[in-house]
Design a binder for this molecule. Structure first.
Ligand code: UGA
Length: 415
């Protein structure tokens, strides 16, 4: 089938490349010439395991083309995926401007029947109340589907090709038939529902995962005071099949472009409907305090003022260069406000952090330099290269990620 994907961020590019890997002919549309050129030359603008290989194969077979030309791509396609960003506004509500612009572009170029697929994460009601009216303006026949993504940064390609299920929120049988054809060579089970339910599945999914993490952190904070290892507690809890062990790793809290934004957007939707989401507000509140606990533990051992504090890891999790909503940023801000000097290293995220702090922190060349030059070390991200117990010999270490160390003074955040 011919498919257009609008937006070449990590969701859009993953969708395009994975669809091409199944034999579809894909146009990846974006407004950034730089990104288009990179993709067409076989270099993915984002780092995702397996992405460059699949991209190169798709280009070689002539099954993928990145382009600025939305008009002709849409006209030549049977299916159009909308994969643009849905950032948060100041008040936590979702900004749908990019979705509206993409929908207008599709609507203006509807030359024959095609299925429009919203893949961006949008609050319940958006596909039917915002996207559909724009399509109706075209006076052409079309199909509509809300197809949420469940991709984790770092394993997006694998998650797309082998994830737990595919959710199709369709407006009619014809849209479902086309979408089943799109996904016919994917092994996952397909769950069919309406668009608004599909939108809520995505929000409920991310919110429950975030809730598991905040739950583990809250229990972990109490465990810390009782001298209990929360990882052992969660290993025991996770043996209950009703609960499942994953996403119960306590630590410095969740970051990234998804959990904080999606939970806040759902809270904001609840407010709008006069249904305050007390539980989810607490999930956010626990999460916001968690990184600061690292600094509180540090203060037990030294006064950070005028001391050099080393940070190992800056990305919100390993396997990515992404620092959006990363706990590291809160910790850096707190340390700088306490007049500490910060020296940090991350294998991937240094340039993104440099854009935020310029010369306010020292960016080291490697982990050894951080450890050597600092008065105490905070472990922020669990990159494999930091899992060397010897590295921390004779140091004060505050660990947010449960890494084994030979530190002289060691404090785990929740253990
Ligand atoms: C998350 C979801 O896992 C995906 O299913 C979803 O598609 C995606 O958001 C999205 O909405 O696009 P992602 O943000 O890439 O994926 O990363 P996760 O691996 O889920 O981790 C999120 C955060 O939670 C990280 O900061 C991680 O360190 C933290 N985390 C995760 C914990 O603190 N403890 C855990 O047990 C698991």
């Amino acid at each position: 089938m011919n498919i257009t994907v609008i937006g070449t961020g990590y969701v859009g590019l993953t969708t395009g490349v994975c669809m091409a890997s199944k034999g579809h002919k894909v146009y990846c549309v974006d407004i950034s010439k730089e990104k288009i050129d990179a993709i067409n030359s076989g270099t993915s603008p984002i780092y995702e395991e397996g992405m460059d290989d699949l991209l190169k194969q798709a280009l070689k077979k002539g099954l993928l083309k990145a382009t600025l030309d939305a008009e002709n791509s849409i006209k030549d396609s049977e299916v159009v995926f909308i994969c643009v960003g849905t950032p948060s506004r100041e008040d936590g509500s979702i900004n749908l401007d990019y979705i509206k612009t993409a929908a207008e572009t599709v609507s203006q170029n509807l030359n024959n029947y095609k299925v429009i697929v919203v893949k961006s994460t949008v609050v319940p009601g958006t596909t039917v109340n915002v996207v559909k009216p724009v399509m109706d303006k075209s006076k052409k026949s079309y199909g509509l589907c809300m197809n949420p993504e469940f991709l984790k940064e770092g394993t997006a390609v694998k998650d797309f090709l082998e994830g737990d299920r595919i959710v199709l929120g369709v407006i009619d049988d014809e849209s479902e038939d086309v979408m089943r054809k799109v996904y016919k060579d994917f092994p996952q089970k397909i769950f069919v529902t309406n668009p608004t339910t599909a939108e809520m599945i995505k929000y409920a999914n991310n919110s429950l995962l975030a809730a598991k993490i905040s739950f583990a952190n809250e229990v972990g904070n109490v465990c810390k005071k009782l001298g209990i290892n929360v990882y052992e507690v969660m290993d025991g809890v996770g043996m209950d099949k009703r609960l499942c062990r994953s996403f119960l790793n306590a630590g410095i809290g969740f970051g990234g472009s998804c959990f904080p934004k999606d939970v806040k957007a759902l809270i904001s939707k609840g407010e709008e409907l006069k249904e305050p989401m007390t539980l989810l507000k607490s999930v956010i509140s626990v999460n916001e305090k968690q990184p600061i606990k690292m600094v509180e533990l540090l203060k037990k051992h030294l006064n950070p003022a005028n001391k050099k504090i080393g940070l190992l890891g800056l990305a919100f999790k390993k396997g990515t260069d992404d620092v959006r909503e990363a706990p590291s940023l809160k910790i850096i801000d707190e340390l700088l406000s306490l007049k500490a000097e910060v020296i940090a290293y991350d294998p991937e995220a240094m340039s993104n952090v440099k854009k935020i702090y310029n010369n306010k922190i020292i960016l080291a060349d490697n982990k050894e330099e951080v450890v050597k030059k600092s008065d105490a070390v905070l472990i922020i991200t669990d990159w494999d290269e930091f899992k060397v117990p010897e590295l921390y010999k004779n140091k004060i270490v505050i660990d947010g990620r449960k890494i084994k160390t030979n530190a002289e003074i060691y404090e785990g955040i929740c253990w």
